[in-house]
Design a protein around this ligand. Sequence first.
Ligand code: GLU
Length: 497
Amino acid sequence: MGVRTRVAPSPTGDPHIATGYVAFMNYAFAKQHGGEFVLRIEDTDRTRSTAASEGAILQALHWLGIAWDEGPDVGGPYGPYRQSERSEIYRRYADQLLAEGHAFRCYCTPERLDAMREQQRREGRPNAYDGRCLHLSAAQRAAEEAAGHASVIRMKVPSEGTCVVNDLLRGPIEFEWSSVDMQVLLKSDGMPTYHLANVVDDHEMRITHVIRGEEWVSSAPKHILLYQYFGWEMPQLAHNPLLRNLDRSKLSKRKNATGILFYKQMGYLPEAVLNFLGLLATATAEGQDEMMDLPALVKHFDLKRLPVGGPYFDVEKLNWLNARYIRERLDVDAFVERVRTWAFDPQRVRAIAALAQPRIERLSDLGPLTAMFFSGRLNVPEERLLDGKLDRDTIRKLYVLSLAVCDGLQEWSVAVIETALREIADRLGRKFRDIVRPLYIAVTGSPTSVPLFDSMEILGRDLVRERLRQALATLGGATSAEIETWRSAPINEVSLS
Ligand code: GLU
């Protein structure tokens, strides 16, 4: 069978730069072997998955120039490629595991499980299901069913021995079976968990190589066991190193912008971003020009030589590459064309014009008024950020809470943004008007501009976040402890003064 790889993002937020990185590696590996690359949408978490996020993921990968052979939009022989459309398949396999004695029904209530975990925490033991329902008799099960108690399906796990995960990058990795939890496979609403759906789909979609982030390595024993239970051949696994901030910590929103579409909006060219991501996954030889297009990146990619020591997300390098693409790969006409598609999307221009029209006297006022829509970071000076009724600490707190709120909103629209910011005013015990001003200045760069919430919607979540993050940094930033306390404090207890 030919090589088949996949990328399997969950549509629960803005498309993450790591999705592009993992997609590139899977794409490159498949293409090196003349194989197929599949896009699968893992949307089994029905409360967090959104169609908007799925659409943005597809858009972001298209923008990067990574094309898939099979996927929810293009179809293919092993579809559907969206897990929410495959519930029946997972249910069938879960039933098979039950019938063959590899899984069991668990009737434990959330309250009981909470109490169990609490006790485990108190006793310093790892959190894991204690097996209460593992040996229920047929009569006990019948009684639970008769009482109408909801159940989940959990997998059985050996209580002793070791499991060896053979990782293409890291070699054999051993896990004690006793440290592996009796994972829930099917939830009480009939939806599968990641583990069941992922294994079933990789098998049904004939995936031969799974290249995914190292955060999934601890899930591998459960997956290996499921493949054994089903009697299926296991795909080869490679857990890639996670992207890191320059200070070696895991790439985080706090230190770097992590949304692919942020880089689009900042005016990076897709070929530069793809080149940058490809380099993070490629060990280039001395003297090799690092400016490479997709075919060259694919040629140089070597899964076995993936730099395991943490690829560093060095934005300076991306800037350098982007500048080279702008100067070396585009003639003036091509450059004009790029500017046109970047800046003058007709819908966006219309939305901006509609805000500006009532606020100008001459067309030449448009430049200064709307420049912030065509800019990236604004470098707003400290005095301007502090110019309002709130003191520095309250503004820092306001920015921290706003950043958290921006992340959490499922929808990015004027009404939703406004409601969320009103809640922040309540939490801070401040007038809405007073909190709007420092937000306004951070986001638009000026105390007088076009309306804030409309601007936020047009600018997009990523850029708004970035401007808030930069404004927070200008005011001295916030420590992890401050962020933790401010974000978790209940309403009305956040107020500083
Ligand atoms: N849905 C998982 C994710 O969001 C996929 C992990 C995997 O590749 O197995 O990363």
